[in-house]
Design a protein around this ligand. Structure first.
Ligand code: HEM
Length: 531
């Protein structure tokens, strides 16, 4: 029997209604809820994904922040990203409401890259709390003063001597210094040369890590999970990066165990944990979790501190006038008879300005590490929805007059003359209008290595400036200074300057003599941390 007209039209109607509903649902994906902070116009399904540049997202966020007037939102498919391009918002949300703003976004690629073991990318679970407590305790100013200062002093002397002996190798000398300090603090082993496992391991481990984590370097798999079924070079890179990291930190642990088996114990975080000192919260942690926790602390500390120092050297090479300002103070306090020491911090205040300016003009993590809010919240009448990714766009803020940085494209350490203390004093302070910069993040996830990083940077900047004139290299063909491109950075989630043509010229024989004399003592002291 032929179908009746009414039954046909009911089926047809149902299908049509389904199709319309589906189209409507699809068209809503990517659209912005009116209660959200404003942001660039969206298109169906993608939202704003099509507007994200392959590189240079940090600067794009500045443009949007200035257009939308502070806190703004981006739609990535159905997901929401809130950008806190606003000093007050950073303080009120990340600092004051840290309890709800301290998760990390659930993200497919970071999970592949870290195997879920990275304490920097974990949610604020009991494991994260236990690991964070150990890191904060061991990297506190008191612990650093008591235990680590001598290592930083001695390693910075080795850096000066290395540059004297092989000036062209400055780039790796600086990277060796920061990884050696971090490895000594964490694993109890230093890396005397870049050939040493303890100097290069962290850079091997991180080889593909930063690039694999750059937000625009992967397909938008979190927004469109079906993309997981289409693996490609991006998945290979992420999995390979984890494998490399896992091998590296297992090897580090094997070496520590071999040392301890010989009865050699050292004043390092790993030894204090294995000896059961205070850190009972870590008693249920598996060896693999432990190795990755400690590895992440070294990862957090080595490349970042080297990149910040290299940025400083690069800009100083282009700006001898600011070197002169620092040297007036260095010479008045130290003359040519001794190296500057951290106890000179207040007597030589300009070094602190130089450190802050490098961290401002090109922060190592231009987008910080993303946070996630775990419940609906409101700011200035705008909805910050549960599970939104929350970004502190440090670079964008640092380059904007709207955030209080006058003439922001210009390198000028003088802008920090009224900020005489280290960065940790300004981070989290209720006086949110007077935070120096945002290079270490904010709230409960703020960099736990901030004290170590500030103190290493002070020693490196002060001592390099005391010992050397930092000059652009002269092109032997033209006899003219070679150009230094301040935009030539290795870019991933972290940014670090590519090698640049610079010369470290010893300031006098007297300076050289002091370095050689200090080097003998430094080598003697550091023997205890050699393999
Ligand atoms: C100039 C040097 C450094 C810079 C610019 C830097 C920057 C940062 C930033 C922006 C974050 C994310 C903060 C947030 O989520 O809001 C972070 C986290 C972290 N940093 Fe640093 N850092 C530096 C040095 C260090 C050092 C020396 C260590 C340890 C030895 C370290 C260990 C870590 C760890 C473990 C985390 C993850 C914390 C967590 O998720 O709870 N960093 N760092």
């Amino acid at each position: 029997m032929a179908p009746t007209l009414p039954s046909l039209s009911v089926t047809g109607f149902a299908i049509a209604a389904l199709v319309i509903a589906l189209i409507y649902r699809l068209s809503q994906i990517g659209s912005r809820d009116k209660r959200l902070p404003p942001g660039p116009p969206t298109i169906p399904i993608l939202g704003n994904l099509h507007l994200v540049p392959k590189t240079g997202l940090g600067k794009k966020l500045k443009e949007w922040g200035e257009t939308y007037g502070g806190v703004f939102s981006l739609k990535f498919g159905g997901g929401t990203v809130i950008i806190l391009f606003d000093r007050k918002a950073v303080h009120h949300l990340l600092d004051k409401k840290g309890v709800i703003y301290s998760e990390r976004p659930e993200s497919y690629v970071p999970n592949l890259v870290t195997g879920g073991d990275s304490f920097a990318f974990m949610n604020s679970t009991p494991l994260w709390r236990a690991e964070r407590k150990v890191a904060v305790h061991n990297l506190s100013p008191k612990m650093l003063e008591d235990k680590v200062g001598h290592i930083q002093d001695a390693e910075s002397v080795v850096l000066l001597a290395d540059i004297l002996n092989n000036p062209d190798g400055y780039y790796n000398h600086i990277r060796r210094t920061t990884s050696s300090v971090a490895s000594a603090v964490v694993w109890g082993h230093r890396g005397p040369t870049m050939k040493s496992f303890w100097a290069h391991a962290v850079y091997d481990a991180m080889d593909n890590y930063s690039a694999a984590l750059e937000p625009s370097a992967n397909p938008p798999v979190d927004e469109f999970p079906f993309l997981k079924w289409f693996p490609g070079t991006w998945t290979k890179r992420a999995i390979g990066s984890y494998k490399c990291m896992d091998d590296t930190w297992n090897e580090a642990r094997r070496r520590v165990d071999a040392r301890r088996a010989k009865g050699i114990k050292r004043d390092a975080i790993i030894d204090s944990i294995l000896d059961g000192e205070k850190h009972s919260d870590l008693s249920n942690v598996t060896p693999k979790q432990m190795n990755h926790f400690l590895g992440v602390v070294v990862e957090g500390g080595a490349d970042t501190t080297a990149s910040a120092t290299l940025t400083s050297m690069m800009y100083l090479a282009l700006h001898p006038e600011f070197q002169d300002k620092a040297r007036k103070q260095l010479d008045a306090v130290c003359g040519t008879s001794r190296l500057p020491a951290i106890t000179d911090f207040e007597a030589i205040p300009y070094i602190n300005c130089i450190i802050k300016e490098a961290m401002r003009i090109h922060p190592v993590l231009p987008l910080g590490v993303p946070h996630r809010v775990n419940q609906d919240d409101w700011f200035d009448g705008m909805l910050i929805p549960k599970d939104a990714t929350v970004i502190l766009p440090s670079w964008a803020m640092h380059l904007s007059e709207t955030q209080g940085y006058k003439d922001p494209e210009a390198y000028n350490p003088d802008r920090f003359l009224d900020f005489p203390r280290m960065a940790d004093s300004y981070a989290g302070s209720p006086d949110w209008q007077k935070r120096d910069h945002y290079g270490y993040g904010a709230g409960r996830r703020i960099c736990p290595g901030i004290h170590l990083a500030e103190r290493t940077q002070w020693r490196l900047n002060a001592r390099l400036l005391w010992a050397f004139d930092i000059l652009p290299k002269i092109d032997p063909q033209t006899g003219k200074p070679m150009p230094i491109d301040v935009n030539n950075y290795h870019e991933g989630i972290a940014h670090g300057p590519a090698e640049f043509p610079v010369v470290f010229k010893p300031r006098s024989q007297a300076h050289i003599d002091v370095i050689r004399r200090e080097m003998a003592d430094a080598e003697q002291f550091l023997k205890a941390w050699n393999d």
